[in-house]
Design a binder for this molecule. Sequence first.
Ligand SMILES: Cc1cc2nc3c(=O)[nH]c(=O)nc-3n(C[C@H](O)[C@H](O)[C@H](O)COP(=O)(O)OP(=O)(O)OC[C@H]3O[C@@H](n4cnc5c(N)ncnc54)[C@H](O)[C@@H]3O)c2cc1C
Length: 284
Amino acid sequence: MIAAPPSPAMVRPHTVDAALEHLAQPGAAAVGGATWLMRAGLRHDDMPARWVALDAIDALQTFKVEPERVVLGALVTHDRLATGLPDDPALRALVVAAGASANPGVRRLATLGGNLCATGFAAADLMPALLALDATVDLATPQGPEQSSAEMFLQRRSMPGPWLMTGARVARGGGHSAHIRLPMRKAGDYPVAIVSLWLDLDGEQRIRACRLAVGAVEGVARRWHRVESAATGHLADPARIEHLAQQHLDDFAPRTGLDAPGWYRLQVLPALVRRAVEQCRKGA
Ligand SMILES: Cc1cc2nc3c(=O)[nH]c(=O)nc-3n(C[C@H](O)[C@H](O)[C@H](O)COP(=O)(O)OP(=O)(O)OC[C@H]3O[C@@H](n4cnc5c(N)ncnc54)[C@H](O)[C@@H]3O)c2cc1C
């Protein structure tokens, strides 16, 4: 029989301030759904010595749908995002990202906070969706609350703690979004490439504003600013934007993994961009 590794010390604070105090201890890590942490050994990562379970902190469970925005606590699960968000074309990328990730059992456990804070997780689905939706990420620190754009958060999350992601806010100010991943849905597999897109189109399908994010291709998701700039002001023509993506593939240094070689991730990317544009147009 294979023995389980020794259990780490676990605390279960009821407030954000208490969690921050525990996170200041050496070797401490926050625990959301533990779906990433539980596989630390398989990735040959160090298992944190102290687990600070967040599940008893009510303030991290927020799920508010307001006319202008949605306010989400860090403990909101993928399942809740997939099933509880309104049918709003602007939010579609987030709903699809949450619903296409992992499998139903994992989606009921995995949290928004865990997805955004798992620094080694290249194929996280929610991260590119929140980049495309230009979400605001909320943090708690001993010096007080902080907020940053999803894009800035990618740098912030590598800085030393203690800090806790408390939630994210997403505007509902119009536009259409889409989330396309390869494979689209296959339980247990991480996607080899992800495209999340938000478009604001005028009555003639011309792009007024555009945010395009790519996940899984490099180690960390990011916006594809050169394609965004080249697409803005022009018709949302899927073939044209696919061509723009093809022209700018050298923006990426793709990673090679057991699931796919780097060249393959790049090869599929323009077609994913085209499909994302098609989906945004379909909803428009
Ligand atoms: C078989 C399998 C397949 C999966 N496939 C996918 C997939 O295709 N796409 C996808 O997106 N996800 C997938 N996941 C789920 C993935 O693990 C989660 O999406 C997510 O990254 C982890 O959420 P969690 O709450 O379980 O995080 P945890 O494992 O609890 O934590 C992850 C990291 O974030 C930190 N952390 C957690 N919460 C906070 C917080 N509030 N503030 C600061 N730091 C925090 C932890 O310390 C840890 O470093 C899969 C999981 C499994 C097991």
